[in-house]
Design a protein around this ligand. Sequence first.
Ligand SMILES: Cc1ncc(C[n+]2csc(CCOP(=O)(O)OP(=O)(O)O)c2C)c(N)n1
Ligand SMILES: [Mg+2]
Length: 594
Amino acid sequence: MGLPPERGRRGNLSGARVQSRQGRFAIVEQLLADGITHMFGNPGTVEQGFLDAIESYPELRYITTLQETVAVAMADGYARASQRPTVVQLHSGVGLGNGIGMMYQAKRGGAPLVVIAGEAGVRYDSMDAQMASDLVAMARPVTKWSTRIVDPSSTLRVLRRAIKLAATPPTGPVFVALPMDVLDSELSEEVVATSIPDTRVAPAAEAIAAAAALLAGGSRPIAIVGDGVAFSGAQAELTRVVELLGAAVWGANFSEVNIDATHPLFRGQLGHMFGDHSRAITAEADAVLICGTYVFPEVFPALEGVFAPGAKVVHIDLDSYEIAKNFPVDLGLVADPKLTLGLLAAELERSQSPEQRAVAEARVGELAERKRRELAEAAARDLDFEGASPLHPSTFMSELARQAPGDLVVFDEALTSSPELTHHLPPSRPGHYFATRGGSLGVGFPGAIGLKLALPDKTVIGFSGDGGAMYTFQALWTAAHHGIGAKFVVCNNRSYQLLKLNVQQYWRERGVPDHSFPRSFDLGAPDIRFDELARAMGVPASRVESAEEVGPAIAEALEAEGPYLIDLLLHQEVPGHDEAAAHHRPVAGTRAHS
Ligand SMILES: Cc1ncc(C[n+]2csc(CCOP(=O)(O)OP(=O)(O)O)c2C)c(N)n1
Ligand SMILES: [Mg+2]
């Protein structure tokens, strides 16, 4: 009793009557029928029957993680690279609680995660015993849909709905609680592949014509774009549209290759912290194309004056919630970016006047010249750091660019070292660059492991700060345990450097003079030996402190068959801050004169 009719096989997809088997087996068969081959998790007693059932299905690979944050982050990386619904198994309320922060970032980023957690059983609902908690309520704020299976006869129906919702744009995490008694019950539901609706939808021709007219009429156009472009595979169409408009391109919630970073029109990210920084850019424009993102994802977004009075705003996205969420638009199009931008480009080619075309081309030329100048300045700055001790990130990144194979895929949580990383290894090829998103630290290393599982033939390097690395460092054990050959670089500046930069901005805004940073931003004492930590978990590692050590360490990492870690010791300087002269602390409550 309880064993599936055909162990290790898929369920009956023919529509014939299905022999009954326990839900814990049927669930695995459903996942396999949907082409789901990996489950990221951390086990517990209330999932034991289900995890035991998995052993009957070698096609489903269970990736053991040692902390739930790691499981979710790894699944997030896997889902981003594969663009497939990805299953995470957490243990009851305690495990779900550990996973919540990372589920938040998965929701912000739109990762199609199907998160499941076991619980003791419906029959124990009134007992309020150990580990009992309202899992559905816990998961609700960080998911698109949160539910619990309460009757065996709808086990697969509910699971399929969860998979469908996770994978349908706007994609995102869903949660299903699996009571043990329901999973132990016999059911005869048929396994059939989940129906995922097609969202390759294009606007009507009139709407495209209206969008083209609004945008082509501007003399200072910009495009604000995000990961919805990459999700739709719309990079080429976006590039054509912005070239036709001569529009500068800015990223918002932009953590993948939405446009080749070396393209002359790509100006960089709007930033994720201070809205005032973005407003200086957005308020200059008189025509704004927003595509595949939301405005604005900063922590402190500007509340008003974001677009110039009279500026025309067109927003294209598959998520109607995000269109005109905070500011009115002239035209919102709930549509697929690739189809819509393709049609928009064709319409612009047809309808732009020769003068409009000439002015747009001149703008492309000006912006190209500006970018050339800025890149030359950055290269000159890098030269100053050559051979510097302690090391500057550019010394490492430039050497990596020399040695990196063409198939390199990067997970970038390098934070304050990210500008050097993307300067030397510009994210150009779709599917070869993924950055942290959603604000939760600790996704860099597990995210890289998820990427490597989805892209086993590519070279994958995850970058993290020393702070970020410590949230999820036990992910390295999983890499060693399962033989997942991702490489890791800790950009180790022995501090929460980004927090130092942010507090500097806070001081400036409030006219507070420079003074020593809060001690809570320092990680230096004791020195964290990431190389030793890695070795302790079975991952070979080296510590790099001088310029001579950089080249050999990179070569060793790239040659290693399995995972490898580089503990890269970096300088701690914060531009505009003089630690030696900065002992003075302002008295609480006083406002300094600026
Ligand atoms: C889970 C989580 N906790 C805390 C923070 C706040 N936080 C933002 S940046 C930062 C410092 C990151 O330091 P590190 O990873 O060493 O990178 P660095 O800034 O030094 O380049 C912290 C703690 C966060 N974003 N996420
Ligand atoms: Mg740091």
